[in-house]
Write a protein that binds this ligand. Structure first.
Ligand code: PRP
Ligand code: 7HP
Length: 181
């Protein structure tokens, strides 16, 4: 059982859903009449995106991009990012909101911001469910944040360890015996 590998539940399903409802409300108010495009960064953010859009009450669109950082370990990104799958939408002149599950070193989001900026959107903002602030290596602007979390490797609610645990409905910390660097 995947749940048996969890040492600690950091954020419960109820806490996640309550905070996501608040984020959806804030986004709906701030983007009223603007038809924003929510850009989901695959794969981790897909669970967050799917709950978030159901809390957004204004017309909007979604699109997806997949990036990968290569050369890292199972738990550390290398900071070298490349696009594996690009958006299908032309974002020039659009109000774009990047949706991430977690910002850790900030290297992935910094790369995505720089890349999308060159496409001249009308605005480019960010929404991250989790902010692991202590680990930041580069400054990235976060416009909407669900939770600030401690420097622990987390899984669940879209977040994986070695591609597993994404289906857990809460955010948890793995037991040390499961975890190999
Ligand atoms: C995770 C997460 C962010 C990135 C954050 O993606 O979804 O994109 O790491 O780390 P950083 O701030 O240190 O760059 P991951 O590469 O694990 O891919 P996944 O979403 O497919 O699990
Ligand atoms: C990426 C990532 N993926 C899962 N859990 C974490 O704590 C992470 N930080 N960066």
């Amino acid at each position: 059982m995947l749940k048996e590998d969890v040492a600690e539940v950091l954020i419960t399903e109820k806490e996640l859903q309550a905070r996501i409802a608040e984020l959806g409300k804030a986004i709906s108010a701030n983007y009223e009449g603007k038809d924003p495009l929510l850009v989901c960064v695959l794969r981790g953010a897909v669970v967050f995106l799917s709950d978030l859009i159901r809390q957004i009450t204004i017309p909007h669109e979604i699109d997806f991009m997949a990036v990968s950082s290569y050369g890292g370990t199972r738990t550390e990104s290398s900071g070298i990012v490349r696009i594996l799958m690009d958006l299908t939408t032309n974002i020039q002149g659009r109000e774009v909101l990047i949706v991430e599950d977690i910002v850790d070193t900030g290297l992935t989001l910094a790369y995505i911001i720089e890349n999308l900026k060159t496409r001249r959107p009308a605005s480019l903002r960010t929404c991250a469910l989790l902010n692991k602030q202590e680990r930041r290596q580069v400054d990235v602007p976060l416009d909407y944040v669900g939770f600030v979390i401690p420097n622990k490797f987390v899984i669940g609610y879209g977040l994986d360890y070695d591609e597993k645990y994404r289906n857990l409905p809460f955010v948890g910390v793995l037991k040390p015996e499961v975890y190999i660097e």
